[in-house]
Design a protein around this ligand. Structure first.
Ligand SMILES: [Zn+2]
Length: 180
């Protein structure tokens, strides 16, 4: 966990984020900062679809794109929309530990059987579906993936400030990921 910076007071927030909507996200969620009121979004948040995660932020503060593993590779039009039309200039990319998008192949049989039982698919179709999409959605390791996704998005949107973060499901807090 030495790759994570825990945020317990304002000074823990990296200086480059402190006076930005990224810093505000950390203050609202981790530091119980009083909610301000917003009439437009200030931040774009990319986070996993996982049900264990809930952010404490004011109404209207952020656009949120939820996708398995906080993988935005297949959500890029929505990212562009938040920037182009929504006018946000900051992105918090939030992965979390124990993410289901790590080591998907270990859940292949459950995945297939679940689609058969719950959705009424036939086994062959479910298997094909898994084999086609699992490689696209596998993230490998949560922290490494968030860092590489951050790098990719910085190249794609060079004027947008992007902060890689991790949400720990044990304490429901956000941590900044240290970059080299
Ligand atoms: Zn996840």
């Amino acid at each position: 966990m030495d790759r994570l910076k825990s945020i317990q007071k304002e000074k823990d927030i990296f200086p480059e984020y402190r006076e930005t909507p990224i810093g505000l996200l950390l203050k609202y969620h981790n530091l119980n900062h009083d909610y301000d009121s917003y009439d437009s979004a200030k931040l774009l948040i990319g986070m996993c679809m996982d049900n264990r995660k809930h952010l404490h932020i004011p109404d209207n503060f952020a656009f949120i794109i939820r996708a398995g593993g906080a993988n935005l590779r297949y959500s890029e039009f929505k990212v562009s929309y938040a920037i182009g039309v929504g006018n946000v200039k900051h992105l918090a990319l939030i992965g979390h530990n124990n993410c289901g998008m790590v080591n998907l192949v270990a859940r292949k049989d459950i995945f297939i059987q679940g689609l058969v039982n719950n959705a009424g698919w036939d086994k062959e179709k479910a298997e094909e579906h898994f084999m086609q999409f699992a490689p696209m959605f596998e993230i490998g390791n949560e922290i490494d993936f968030i860092l590489s996704e951050t790098e990719r998005l910085r190249l794609r949107y060079p004027q947008i400030q992007i902060a890689p973060m991790l949400y720990l499901v044990e304490d429901n807090k956000l941590y900044l990921i240290k970059e080299k």
